[in-house]
Design a protein around this ligand. Structure first.
Ligand code: GLN
Length: 188
């Protein structure tokens, strides 16, 4: 079962992608949702990282999720989800899960280029359509981080052990392959 964090932002689209790939999922809304379940993977969706991070703490879900991530449960963060997983946010004092050895810049494409689509190479997959919405990019990645995709020289997808992140939203395209890639991490 894949747990999709469903506090704010674009979680429904992820659940839809998983359905299309034949994977069972459930919504994570409170602490009890992650108790007594066999969780094969977690998706942290896009939205507003500050809002999601604060909500996680307010409702007491943060520590339980952090433990699952630190214990090696596969996790896929898109956009705000990527920001929540980073060890450092360049233009923000917050650090949330502090799990992935990356430094990120929020809203990195500025207001002019707030939202856009492109197609770029994704390692092991090939050319992938990408939708960016007030997206971050990764400004620094540790040696233990594998870069999976770049757009105009900036890292926009990466992986470190159990963690996969994309600055773009594969769930807003028709292409299932990034989710499929994540499911392979969950069910290997
Ligand atoms: N701009 C948002 C943030 O900084 C992320 C945008 C998104 O998830 N689409 O948290």
């Amino acid at each position: 079962m894949i747990g999709v964090l469903a506090l704010q932002g674009g979680f429904i689209e992820h659940i839809d992608m998983l359905k299309r790939l034949g994977a069972d999922s459930f919504e994570i809304r409170k602490e009890q949702d992650i108790h007594n379940k066999k969780i094969d993977g977690i998706i942290l969706p896009g939205g507003e990282s500050t809002v999601i991070g604060k909500l996680l703490k307010e409702i007491g879900l943060f520590d339980g999720l952090k433990k699952l991530i630190d214990d090696g449960t596969p996790v896929f963060g898109t956009c705000a989800g990527l920001i929540l997983l980073a060890k450092k946010i360049e233009n923000d004092d917050n650090v949330w899960f502090n799990a992935m050895d990356i430094c990120v810049k929020r809203n990195a494409y500025g207001r002019q280029l707030g939202s856009f689509n492109t197609i770029a190479d994704f390692e092991n997959i090939g050319k992938v359509p990408m939708t960016f919405i007030r997206a971050p990019y990764i400004t620094k990645a540790g040696d233990n981080v594998r870069v999976l995709a770049k757009y105009k020289d900036k890292i926009i997808a990466a992986e470190q052990n159990n963690i996969l992140v994309t600055a773009f939203h594969p769930e807003l395209t028709d292409d299932l392959r990034v989710h499929e890639y994540f499911l392979k991490k969950c069910f290997k």
